[in-house]
Design a protein around this ligand. Structure first.
Ligand code: GDP
Ligand code: MN
Length: 395
């Protein structure tokens, strides 16, 4: 589960990590008002604010969706631009994401930008804090070009990040004296936030050292583990569906694991491993899958029908391959769903079905009886046969 920067900032603040004050706005006028209010609080003619689009993607700075403004008018203009354009960055894909929420915060005078992020390191099999004094930019680039500038410490599975690890990292980033202990404490708090929130990612990029010598988190990103969403219902309630692709939202609601891809053969499979194998076999026979779709082990007829609807709402799909190994999911349930879906959506494109396992005989009977009303339906004896048939049908 993704959340917005303004929500992530609140998590940091709740864990005693210094974050500049900010306001969430949804209109150009409100952005101008926020600027005026913050200027009055701060005083001085050199005062600046930063206006930031709240989207579930990074790379906003380069895309022009993080803007420093010197007046209420500039704040209004920046907000107007952001709210009327989709943001396209290297993290969004060419269609970009819509912007409906903005964050306004007093601008910070930056002396240096650092990177701090905790995520699961699968090689170490541990949550791992990644730190670098080369922050602000993409950490992947730093890791590629100068890996010696990226430092890592894994969190202890029950104790979390330990003080000596945080101190060690703080010194490696070049902090000294009081700042070193401040940076160390900040890392320990980030470690606590990561555990407390059941996060899969907790990132501050950049953490800045201001010109007057303070440490501040000026960007924050948290991804939360979906399996723990029930422990964070307040955040789950605030999920911004406008940021997700509509088909992903539908699939999620139906408990389907769906990922859209670029090919033209839609796949409906039970089990992630079988879904991967199905995609491989489609590729082996010279075509490309339009999606990964694992309907899960205990799929119901309703779930399967929704899966067909989702596959068919992708205009690139020219044929469908259904590959079911009936274990907990029963072949006849899938076959019934297929026939029901056929009545509802009237498959106009080739549909190749390979079923094996529990109740397969019953399923075959259901399908052969339905074949009269479903002229595009073909059955297959095994996966290779199925892949060959669907690839030939769309060629
Ligand atoms: P991202 O591009 O989506 O990661 O958005 P960030 O919030 O990280 O902002 C991108 C960059 O804008 C930062 O790395 C900073 O260099 C700059 N920036 C953001 N906020 C401020 C600010 O308050 N003052 C100054 N001077 N620069 C800022
Ligand atoms: Mn950032």
């Amino acid at each position: 589960m993704k959340i917005h920067e303004y929500q992530a900032r609140q998590i940091l603040a709740d864990h005693a990590i210094p974050v500049p004050p900010s306001e969430v706005v949804r209109s150009p006028e409100a952005a101008a008002e926020a600027f005026k209010k913050m200027q009055t609080g701060a005083g001085g003619s050199a005062f600046r604010c930063v206006v930031k689009a709240q989207v579930y993607a990074g790379g906003r700075g380069k895309a022009g969706f993080v803007k420093l403004v010197k007046s209420a008018d500039e704040a209004r203009e920046a907000a107007k631009f952001m709210l009327s354009h989709r943001m396209v960055s290297n993290q969004t894909g060419p269609e970009g994401v819509p912007v409906s929420i903005l964050l306004v915060a007093p601008g910070v005078e930056i002396a240096r930008e650092y990177y701090l992020g905790i995520t699961i390191d699968r090689t170490r099999a541990a949550a791992t804090l990644i730190a670098s004094a080369e922050g602000g930019v993409e950490i992947e680039d730093v890791a590629r070009k100068s890996p010696q500038k990226v430092f890592k410490e894994s969190l202890h599975p029950t104790l979390g990040l330990l003080p000596f690890q945080a101190r060690d990292l703080a010194f490696k980033l070049g902090f000294k004296d009081k700042l070193a202990s401040e940076a160390g404490r900040l890392m320990l708090n980030l470690g606590k936030a990561f555990i407390k929130m059941d996060a899969s990612l907790a990132e501050i990029n950049p953490l800045v050292l201001t010109k007057d010598g303070k440490l501040l988190a000026i960007d924050a990103k948290f991804n939360l583990d979906d399996n723990a969403a029930f422990r964070h219902l307040d955040l789950a309630a605030l999920v911004d569906e406008s940021q997700e692709r509509p088909l992903d939202v539908r699939a999620h609601k139906a408990s389907l694991n769906y990922i859209a891809l670029d090919g033209n053969i839609g796949c409906l499979v039970n089990g992630a491993g079988l879904a991967m194998a199905t995609m491989d076999v489609i590729k082996l026979h010279g075509a490309e899958p339009a999606n990964f779709l694992d309907v899960g082990g205990s799929v119901t007829a309703e779930g399967a029908i929704e899966a067909f609807r989702i596959i068919l709402s992708d205009p690139n799909v020219k044929g469908i391959l259904v590959n079911i190994f009936g274990g907990i999911a029963k072949c006849d349930v899938i076959a019934e769903a297929l026939v029901k879906a056929g009545r509802e959506v009237a498959f106009k494109i080739p549909l190749v079905v390979r079923l094996e396992g529990t109740n397969v005989e019953k399923a075959r009977k259901i399908l052969s009886e339905a074949q009269a009303q479903m002229p595009t339906l073909q059955t297959a004896t095994d996966l290779t046969d199925a892949a060959k048939k669907v690839v030939a049908a769309v060629a």
